[in-house]
Ligand binder design. Structure first.
Ligand code: PAF
Length: 298
């Protein structure tokens, strides 16, 4: 894509402006702010689906000038094979963003994001969050997420950042990032609901890597979360957890964790505890595809 401007096929849809360079997007966004527009930001790694679309639509519905970014951030991939397999679907992503009403897209290359190498870009310490669940399974992952989102926020300087609940722990990391980074107090994180397929499978860029038989059973993760939620009043979590692990294994998944945690701190809970907001979280592998999902127990 050489041009900076991509015009939608229909005249009724406004064009979305595409920027590859920080030096171009920053004055453009400053002009929007000077004209009194609030900026809503949706960071992505592309391979967009209805979940991403809902984030863009939410930002637009709030009347914000909506900026999305597509950048496959190498520093958050602890598994380099995962990085190599990450789908690149830029043309389709651009079409979806335009349809969703996105105003501007930031589409930088690695050189633009990490001109002196990633070691020269600020990282943050997320403490406990880096050590549990996704943090434990994917060492270094949240360091990379914090690093790239910190950099993107410095560039875009939005008033709101829209994140999907599907990556619940990532949302908590971004909240912590906003508390730590200079100017972070001027940004509000909006966590948007998980968008699901008809069988409950949470929308994810990884779903497209599932084979047909794998896709047919992938909704089992959501079934497990619903059962954990349903047994909240009268269940023993250890029993429900075992039932879920057995069901997942019987279907052919390799469960990595089935966990219950305090929804505010992510402190792991051995059993249901009505005095705290809770979240149930599952990670499981199906072949070489790793799926995660969660449900709030309100
Ligand atoms: O959730 C993602 O797609 C990525 O982790 C994010 C937030 C865009 C950072 O690269």
């Amino acid at each position: 894509m050489n041009s900076n401007l991509y015009f939608a096929p229909s005249a009724s849809i406004l064009p979305m402006v595409i920027f590859k360079k920080i030096q171009d997007i920053q004055p453009y966004l400053s002009a929007q702010k000077a004209a009194g527009r609030g900026i809503g930001f949706v960071p992505t790694m592309g391979a967009l689906h209805a979940g991403h679309r809902s984030l863009v639509e939410k930002s637009c519905a709030e009347g914000l000038f909506t900026v999305a970014s597509i950048f496959i951030n190498p520093t958050q991939f602890n598994d380099k094979e995962d990085l190599a397999k990450y789908p690149v679907t830029t043309e389709a992503d651009i079409a979806m963003l335009i349809e969703a009403g996105c105003d501007a897209l930031f589409l930088p290359g690695v050189e633009e994001m990490y001109p002196g190498g990633s070691d020269t870009v600020q990282t943050y310490d997320f403490g406990y969050l880096e050590t549990v669940l996704e943090g434990a399974q994917r060492p270094g992952h949240f360091k990379g997420v914090g690093q790239v989102v910190g950099r993107l926020l410095d560039i875009v300087r939005p008033g709101r950042i829209f994140m999907g609940q599907k990556d619940y722990q990532q949302c908590m990391v971004i909240k912590s990032l906003l508390q730590q980074m200079p100017g972070g107090d001027k940004v509000e994180m909006v966590m948007c609901p998980i968008v699901r397929e008809a069988d409950g499978l949470a929308m994810s860029s990884r779903n497209r890597r599932l084979t047909e038989p794998q896709r047919a059973i992938a909704g089992t993760i959501y079934q497990c979360l619903v059962s954990i939620q349903g047994k909240k009043g009268n269940g023993n979590f250890a029993v429900v957890k075992k039932e879920c692990e057995d069901l997942l294994s019987d279907k052919g998944f390799i469960p990595e964790y089935v966990a219950l945690a305090n929804a505010d701190t992510l402190a792991l809970l051995d059993d249901y505890n009505d005095s705290a907001p809770m979240v149930a979280l599952i990670a499981a592998r199906l072949g070489n595809v790793r799926l995660i999902d969660n449900i709030l127990l309100t």
